[in-house]
Design a protein around this ligand. Structure first.
Ligand code: SF4
Ligand code: SF4
Length: 215
């Protein structure tokens, strides 16, 4: 098991309790895209194009699984496998992959909208999306968004500021803040003038009764 294996497994586990928080707060690729936003800040289309990442993820995962089975399974953990003194970009040829990935992220941010790589190309996002789905199915307590639609004044600032170009206003009106593309970045929480949207931790779907109790 390599360092990547450990990282991807950790992302899956973290998503059970923190959703796609890694995408919102930690991922360096996200930081790069947010810098690109200063130049181009158009919405990403999303929709069916979001499925592109799974067409990358599934065959990639299948190849790893087949390779692991043909090698006789996982026998040890070596997080620094194929690195020189633990540094991945210690040799010039390693920069080819580095520049390919950062170049792809940058080009997509400029051409296909903000956080386009997160929507369409990221092979790490599906680990968190599946973790999030498993967390919801098992009703694990997790970090999520909650909204009190009665307080909404329909200014739509939440949707305008959403890093993932989601229809946050529509989500508030529907009474469901669960969207697998939401990265829990909190822009909608910060930009709502009426404090309609907030972070919550617990079982999703239990917020409505809690809101009523609070009023
Ligand atoms: S920003 Fe707040 S008040 Fe404005 S539409 Fe969104 S939820 Fe409603
Ligand atoms: S819905 Fe809110 S928390 Fe989720 S991605 Fe959009 S702005 Fe961020």
């Amino acid at each position: 098991m390599t360092g990547s294996f450990v990282l991807f497994a950790s992302l899956f586990v973290s998503a059970l309790f923190l959703g796609r928080g890694f995408c919102g707060w930690v991922c360096p690729g996200a930081g790069l895209q947010e810098c690109c936003q200063a130049v181009s800040n158009k919405n990403a289309r999303g929709g069916r194009c979001n499925w592109i990442k799974y067409f990358i993820w599934v065959p990639w995962l299948a190849v790893i699984a087949i390779a692991a089975v043909s090698a006789g399974g996982f026998k040890s953990i070596d997080v620094f496998y194929m690195t020189k003194s633990g540094i991945l970009v210690a040799e010039p040829n390693a920069y080819i992959i580095y520049f390919f990935v950062t170049g792809l992220i940058t080009i997509l941010a400029f051409t296909a909208g903000r956080r386009a790589f997160c929507h369409y190309g990221c092979w790490m996002a599906p680990f968190m999306v599946t973790g999030n789905i498993v967390g919801r199915l098992t009703r694990s307590p997790s970090l999520h968004l909650s909204a009190d639609k009665e307080k909404c004044v329909q200014c739509k600032l939440c949707a305008k500021n959403c890093r993932m170009s989601l229809d946050v206003y529509g989500m508030v009106q529907k009474g469901s803040m669960a969207d697998l593309e939401c990265i829990l970045c909190g822009e909608c929480v910060d930009n709502c003038p009426k404090k309609v949207i907030r972070y919550a931790f617990g079982r999703q779907g239990c917020d409505k009764s809690n809101e009523k109790r609070r009023r």
